[in-house]
Design a protein. Structure first.
Length: 406
C-alpha cells in the first residue's frame, strides 16, 4: 500500500466528481470577477459549470493572450486573483510574460509528486533547478517544504561544488533536469567521491528509458513530473511507472489542436488545464503540449486520470509559400465537411518551391469537392489526398512540416 500524500489520491470517481462539482463553480466565479476574463465570461453562469464536460462551453485561454493582456494592463494582465504585490514571487518567462508564485503550503502542488518519489522527512534534496527569474527552483523547494525535506538550493552549474556539497551535507535526493544528475554522478565517480543519492525527482526535459535504467543501476529511483511555470504540477509518475497521474488540484482535458473540442478517448491532442488555485485561476489554459489519456487507473492505487506524458508540441504553425498555416485553420477545414473525420497538412519542397498536400480522412473517393474549402480555409492551393478513415497516425499532428533546411 503506497504512502498517499492525502486522501484525495485514492478517492472514488464519484467522490472526485462531487468535489469538482463544488469547487469548479467557485473557481469560475472567481475568474469571472477578474479583468482578464470579463469579456469572454460575460455570459457565463458559474453555477452551470459543475463538470469537466461543462468546461467545453468555455473558451480556451492561450499564453499569447495573457502576454497581450499583460502588455496592455500590467504585469499579470488582469488574471491574478491577488494584486501583484500580494504574491510572494513574480517570475519572468520569455516574451516577456510574468507568472506569480506563492509560498503557502504546497502552492505549486509539487509535494504530491515528491511524496510519490518517496521523498519526505529525513531527506535532503539537492535542488538543481534554476532560481533566477524562472520558477522551477521555487516550485520544487516549495514542494520539498510540504513533505518536510531539507533543501540544498544548488541551482544549475558548478558541478565540482555540487559534488562537494552533496558529499559534505549528505544529500539523499536530487531535483532537476533528467540529464544533469548524470553529470554530477560522473563527476563524483571521477573524483572518487561516494554520494548518498537514492531518489531523483526530475522534469523540464525528456527522461529516456536508457537514462532511467542507468540511474536504477546506480541504486537511484528516478521519477518525472509534468509541470509548467503558469500552472505548477500537472501530472506525475508514481512507483508504478505507468503513465502520469493527473494532480488533484487541476482538471485536464485533451483537445484537438487549434480548437477547444475534446478528442476521442486515447487520441493524441493538446493538453488544456483548469487550475483550482484561487490565487491564479487559469481556466482552460492551453499548454501547447501534446498527450493522450491512458485508460484505467494506476496500479499504485491512485485513482485520478492518467495521461501518457509529454508527446510533443501542439503549436505546429508552419509558413508555406509565404503564408502561415495554423492548426485552427485545419480544424475549420474539418468542420466544414460532415464526412471528414481528420485532416493533415504536409509541407514539402518541390525543387526550390514549397509544396503542400492536404490529407483528408473520409469515405469519399473524389478529392475535387474539397479543393475549394482548402483554398478558402488555408488560403493556399494544395494537392488533395483522400485517405481511409482511421489511417492518419494518432500523434496529434495536424501540420507536418517535412522540409529540410540544412
Amino acid at each position: 500500500m503506497p504512502d498517499y500524500y492525502d486522501a484525495l489520491e485514492n478517492r472514488s470517481a464519484d467522490a472526485r466528481m462531487a468535489d469538482i462539482a463544488k469547487a469548479l463553480p467557485l473557481q469560475i466565479a472567481r475568474a469571472k470577477g477578474l479583468q482578464g476574463y470579463r469579456a469572454s465570461f460575460a455570459d457565463v453562469d458559474p453555477a452551470r459549470i459543475t463538470s469537466v464536460e461543462a468546461l467545453v462551453s468555455l473558451p480556451v485561454l492561450r499564453k499569447s493572450e495573457i502576454g497581450k493582456a499583460q502588455a496592455a494592463d500590467g504585469p499579470l494582465g488582469g488574471f491574478g486573483g491577488l494584486a501583484t504585490h500580494e504574491f510572494s514571487h513574480i517570475f519572468q518567462s520569455p516574451g516577456p510574460i510574468y507568472e506569480p508564485g506563492g509560498v503557502g503550503h504546497d502552492w505549486w502542488r509539487m509535494g504530491r509528486f515528491l511524496n510519490a518519489c518517496g521523498i519526505g522527512k529525513g531527506d535532503i534534496v539537492q535542488n538543481c533547478f534554476g532560481y533566477h527569474l524562472t520558477p522551477a527552483g521555487m516550485i520544487f523547494e516549495n514542494g520539498a517544504r510540504a513533505v518536510g525535506a531539507a533543501v540544498v538550493p544548488a541551482g544549475v552549474g558548478q558541478t565540482e561544488l555540487q559534488v562537494r556539497a552533496a558529499a559534505d551535507i549528505g544529500t539523499t535526493a536530487y531535483a532537476g533536469t533528467p540529464d544533469y544528475l548524470k553529470v554530477i554522478l560522473d563527476r563524483a565517480d571521477a573524483d572518487g567521491v561516494k554520494l548518498k543519492i537514492t531518489k531523483a525527482a526530475v522534469g523540464g526535459g525528456a527522461l529516456f528509458p536508457s537514462l532511467r535504467s542507468e540511474y536504477a543501476d546506480r541504486g537511484i529511483t528516478c521519477l518525472q513530473s509534468y509541470a509548467t511555470a503558469d500552472l505548477g504540477n500537472i501530472a506525475y509518475e508514481s512507483a508504478a511507472m505507468e503513465g502520469m497521474i493527473v494532480d488533484e488540484g487541476v482538471i485536464v482535458e485533451i483537445v484537438r489542436p487549434g480548437t477547444g473540442d475534446p478528442v476521442a478517448p486515447g487520441e493524441v491532442g493538446e493538453v488544456v488545464v483548469t487550475t483550482l488555485n484561487p490565487d491564479y485561476p487559469l481556466i482552460r489554459f492551453a499548454t501547447g503540449d501534446l498527450s493522450a489519456v491512458l485508460p484505467g487507473t494506476s496500479p499504485c492505487g491512485r485513482t485520478n486520470m492518467r495521461i501518457k506524458g509529454w508527446m510533443g508540441r501542439a503549436d505546429q504553425t508552419a509558413k508555406i509559400k509565404g503564408m502561415f498555416v495554423r492548426p485552427e485553420q485545419v480544424a475549420d477545414l474539418v468542420a466544414k465537411h460532415a464526412d471528414v473525420t481528420k485532416a493533415r497538412v504536409i509541407a514539402t519542397r518541390d525543387g526550390e518551391m514549397d509544396a503542400m498536400t492536404v490529407q483528408i480522412e473520409t469515405d469519399a473517393t473524389d478529392p475535387a469537392p474539397y479543393a475549394k474549402s482548402v483554398v478558402e480555409t488555408l488560403k493556399l492551393k494544395a494537392r488533395i489526398e483522400i485517405v481511409s478513415k482511421g489511417s492518419l497516425p494518432n500523434d496529434g499532428k495536424v501540420i507536418d512540416d517535412q522540409r529540410v533546411y540544412d
